[in-house]
Design a protein around this ligand. Structure first.
Ligand code: ADP
Ligand code: MG
Length: 616
């Protein structure tokens, strides 16, 4: 006896649109059917655990694709759980998914627009009608004595009849529309399976005449238990998802359960990939929904400062047919992102306790992670704790915590010097006053350091300040007194500053006295809040116009015998030519020390030669 049953009103509406629209992206029907078949196999596997009487007899579970050119049908068959009469009526006659009733209400009536919406929302089984004008489902539920035949042309009703000959599992026979006959082509099927369903954990077998071919690699490694996965399997998988040849430095495999359920299998490579700094590089992450590949173009899934993380995220909290727009809008993605960031940072924290091991990571990806101190995010402190720097103490890597632990009594500030060459930086005159007081200085020699130091200005209540702008601490902490030989008087200082300003008019913005220098008579700095000279040089090197070059300030060491001598000469107002030559020479030499080009190198070398002649 064959029953004729009407589709639920919402389904009828959806089907009406699906049948009558030419949807360019209709290939999605295949992954929907494969996904259902895979679910059916999963369900049977589980049912067998609970009901041993369903134990496997004979055939392994699998999904078959059977194109038939004569009949113009494509059949998707599985030997999974199957459906009984109620299942058929409830699952293939209604839309049960939550929110779908509202979704259907929101359809506009314009078929083309609505089709695009449906394509994004994902209509599961009903996508069959995008490519077929008739669908025949033959199914028998595991353990049942008899099966069922369901048939529909999608218009209003479906028929259902008992059929004792149907074998266990489900077969979905699509009578392809004229425009969809390319789905009979084995090449096309092979391509689609590789593209969308490669990681389905059951074999997907193409039956083409007598030939059988398994199309997917069935390696949804992330769905297996950690204990069942070997290191070599993780490595192979890492190499295939990351297109890499090394071994992962970190493998992070976990299942998150809570607001959003997802499984993550993430890797941090050992060596930086070649395109790490290409501006259009996205994170190398793949998103799966229920083991079906969705996208690997997911700029919002991982913050930029973690763009070296690769791997797979699999969630059931998104519809299979989730669209780009939806991926951008849905809170599911931002929740997953927050979870991933939290997890990765805390794993890194654990590894950071083993300095030798962590150094491998830091030297590969430290410059990327430091971008996190600069990009807006809520994890600044965690990121700061993971950062390592060179410093004036030793040759190794130093953390903020190491630095703070070594701060001098009375020192309240974390000091740094930026530059590009570590060796040159170690000899920078600006460090002299700090060395004299035993104060450590971080040596920041990457371009990114110029940027994060502008926005990340405090660590655990301690200000982070450039040595160029150090003030209070240096007054509070006494320098080794044996090194201070002379000091300029107030009158000498005033006279000398006036004279130097006069001579170097147009070259520098200001002159000031400092206690920060010990060996050097003078040094150049830029004012707080303006670009450092190092940053100006970086910009010039990248052909960025520096229209607003920073003001230069010439600092004078008030304890230097040469400056004392010069001040005395200025006060006694004699030999102004010698004074001018000396001031120019000092200024040029401060430019040289800073790594700045000289405006007039000839003047500098002539003056130097004259001086040498006098000395000899
Ligand atoms: P979804 O997979 O999101 O539930 P579908 O429209 O794809 O939505 O499928 C509807 C329901 O039909 C499934 O949840 C399942 O209960 C049933 N179903 C579909 N295909 C199969 C199949 N091959 N074997 C068993 N049940 C199936
Ligand atoms: Mg489905």
């Amino acid at each position: 006896m064959t029953e004729q049953i009407a589709f639920q009103a919402e389904v009828a509406k959806v089907l009406d649109i699906v049948i009558h629209s030419l949807y360019s992206n209709n290939e999605i029907f295949l992954r929907e059917l494969i996904s259902n078949a895979s679910d059916a196999c999963d369900k049977l596997r589980y049912a067998r655990l609970v009901h041993p009487e369903l134990a496997a007899q004979g055939e392994e579970m699998k999904i078959e694709l059977i194109p038939n050119k004569q009949a113009r049908t494509l059949t998707v068959r599985d030997n999974g759980i199957g459906m009984n009469r109620d299942d058929l009526i409830n699952h293939l006659g209604t839309i049960a998914r939550s929110g779908s009733a509202e979704f259907v209400k929101s359809l506009s009536g314009d078929k083309q627009k609505d089709m695009a919406l449906i394509g994004q929302f994902g209509v599961g089984f009903y996508a069959s009608f995008m490519v077929a004008d008739k669908v025949v489902v033959q199914t028998r539920k595991a353990g049942d004595a008899s099966g069922w035949r369901w048939e529909s042309e999608g218009a209003g009703t479906f028929s259902i009849a008992e059929d004792k000959k149907v074998s266990p599992g489900t077969s979905i026979e699509l009578h392809l529309k004229k425009e969809a006959l390319d789905y009979l082509d084995p090449l096309r099927l092979r391509y689609l399976v590789r593209q969308y369903s490669d990681h389905v954990s059951w074999p997907i077998v193409l039956k083409d005449g007598k030939q059988e071919e398994t199309l997917n690699s069935a390696s949804a490694l992330w769905t297996r238990h950690k204990a069942d996965i070997t290191e070599a399997q993780y490595r192979d998988f890492y190499q295939s998802v990351s297109h890499a040849f090394d071994a992962p430095w970190m493998t992070l495999h976990y299942k998150a359960e809570g607001v959003i359920d997802y499984t993550a299998l993430l890797f941090i490579p050992e060596k930086p990939p070649f395109n790490l700094f290409q501006p259009d590089r996205q994170t190398a992450l793949q998103l799966y929904v229920n083991r079906v590949f969705i996208s690997d173009d997911l700029p919002d899934l991982m913050p930029h400062f973690l763009r070296f993380v690769t791997g797979v995220i699999d969630t059931n909290d998104l519809p299979l047919n989730v669209s780009r727009e939806m991926l951008q809008k849905t809170p599911v993605m931002s929740k997953i992102k927050a979870g991933l960031v939290h997890r990765i940072l805390s794993e890194l924290k654990k590894r950071a306790d083993q300095p030798d091991d962590y150094q491998t990571f830091w030297e590969s990806f430290g410059i990327v992670l430091k971008e996190g101190l600069y990009e807006p995010n809520d994890q600044k402190e965690d990121i700061a704790n993971l950062c390592r720097f060179r410093s004036t103490v030793g040759e190794g890597w130093v953390s903020f915590a190491d630095y703070v632990g070594r701060m001098k009594d009375g020192q309240e500030t974390i000091y740094y010097l930026t530059g590009s060459d570590l060796e040159t930086m170690r000899h920078n005159p600006q460090l002299e006053g700090f060395a004299a007081r035993g104060i450590e200085v971080l040596l920041l020699n990457e371009p990114i350091d110029e940027f994060w130091t502008q926005t990340f200005t405090e660590y655990k209540g301690k200000k982070i300040v450039s040595v160029m702008h150090a003030r209070q601490d240096l007054d509070k902490i006494p320098a080794d007194p044996s090194k201070t030989t002379v000091t300029l008087t107030t009158e000498e200082e005033a006279a000398l500053m006036g004279e130097v300003k006069q001579i170097l008019k147009g070259e520098i913005g200001d002159v000031q006295m400092t206690d920060r220098l010990t060996k050097s008579p003078v040094a150049l700095i830029t004012p707080e809040g303006q670009m450092s000279m190092n940053l100006e040089r970086l910009m010039r090197a990248h052909h960025q116009p520096t229209a607003f070059a920073s003001t230069r300030i010439l600092e004078i060491n008030r304890h230097h015998p040469l400056m004392k001598k010069l001040a005395e000469m200025v006060q006694s107002k004699k030999d102004s030519a010698a004074i001018a030559e000396t001031v120019w020479l000092l200024y040029d030499q401060s430019l040289v020390t800073e790594g700045e080009p000289l405006k007039d190198p000839a003047r500098f070398s002539e003056a130097l030669v004259r001086l040498m002649m006098q000395g000899l």
